[in-house]
Design a protein around this ligand. Structure first.
Ligand code: FAD
Length: 317
């Protein structure tokens, strides 16, 4: 029996993927979205979103994600809960079709929209692997509650690190925010919140060189990058937020990527192979914000519609 061919297969269940689905499904493209929870969509771990337009009181990350998903499903989106392991081109009687292989099945599609996001980067210091899950965490929303009335450190100085530090003040007695530069990189509104929070202490010009303990974390060794002086900070939690790396390894050399592994796209979100599009945090030069991921998703979805219409001879010239 000839297997079903989807018009578009969307890989990634974050704001970019669901928005792309809203656009393809509304244009009646037969759309399948692969939903994967490990690594999670970053919105799912983002606690509270206060800069997404249209929500003047803000909205919790998982609620926003749920709304996007339901909106796409209302237009007929099909979901398959599985990670995608491989994508390859099959040429034959049916023309050029993308073969999408998941953990348990194979699907075929005329187009593929990559919306796979990015995940936290590792710090790469002694003790990080040893104490992962024993005090070392990369997700404040997931693990913050374990540190009620404790002293913890957050490593990083960007938007995510400062958001994590602010969130952790709900639980921790004291949060030390350790950043290698002499001022935070986060936007002014967030940086000022952190500076004005009495539970947060900024430790600037400093890097963590070791995480130590016995069964669980007991402290970190810190080096001041200006004076070279070493010190110890006792803590039982270490939250690492030092940047991101795209979830694009599984693609191998399928499409062109930049030096950091982000997918190179043009203004229409077209990747370097016909029929493949990329959007959101996984694409090169993304703003890495929800609004940008949604905007990319809308463009990628619309471009996929144009592409499919051309193949089927339905393009509106
Ligand atoms: C702590 C924190 C706070 C943040 N706060 C804000 C904020 O206040 N405002 C804001 O605008 N942005 C914020 N962000 C950034 C925002 O969450 C991201 O920009 C946004 O989630 C990117 O959307 P995306 O769809 O590109 O990727 P993601 O939301 O990360 O979704 C990617 C999806 O792809 C899936 N996936 C990956 N690989 C595969 C595979 N092989 N097969 C199938 N599925 C796969 C993942 O499981 C995930 O579901 C925050 C991020 C963090 C970490």
């Amino acid at each position: 029996m000839e297997s079903l061919i989807y018009d578009t297969a969307i890989i990634g269940s974050g704001p970019a993927g669901f928005t792309a689905a809203i656009y393809t499904c509304r244009s009646r493209l037969k759309t399948l979205l692969f939903e994967c929870f490990v690594p999670p969509s970053q919105v799912a771990v983002a606690d509270f979103i206060e800069n997404y337009p249209g929500f003047p009181e803000g909205i919790e990350g998982f609620q926003l994600l749920d709304r996007l998903k339901r909106q796409a499903q209302n237009f007929g989106l099909e979901l398959h809960a599985s990670r995608v392991d491989n994508i390859a081109l099959e040429s034959g009687d049916r023309g050029d079709i993308w073969r999408v292989k998941t953990e348990d099945k194979i699907y075929y599609s005329l187009t593929v929209i990559l919306a796979v996001g990015a995940r936290h980067r590792q710090l790469g210091v002694e003790g990080e692997d040893k104490f992962r899950g024993k005090g070392v965490s990369y997700c404040a929303v997931c693990d913050g509650a374990f540190f009620k009335d404790k002293e913890i450190v957050v490593i990083g100085g960007g938007n995510s690190a400062v958001s994590e530090a602010l969130y952790l003040t709900r639980f921790a007695k004291k949060v030390r925010l350790i950043h290698r530069r002499n001022r935070l990189r986060a936007v002014a509104a967030l940086a000022q919140k952190a500076e004005g929070n009495r539970r947060i202490e900024l430790v600037l010009d400093s890097v963590v060189t070791q995480i130590y303990g016995k069964e669980t974390v007991q402290g970190v060794r810190v080096r001041n990058v200006v004076s070279g002086q070493e010190s110890h900070l006792s803590c039982c939690g270490v939250f690492i937020s030092v940047g991101y790396t795209p979830n694009t390894n599984f693609l191998g050399g399928l499409v062109k990527m930049d030096d950091s592994g982000y997918i190179v796209v043009d203004q229409a979100m077209r990747a370097s192979k016909p029929g493949i599009f990329a959007c959101g945090d996984c694409r090169s030069n993304s703003l890495r914000q929800i609004i940008a991921a949604c905007g990319d998703g809308a463009v990628a979805g619309s471009s996929a519609v144009d592409y499919v219409d051309h193949i089927k001879g339905q393009a509106y010239e």
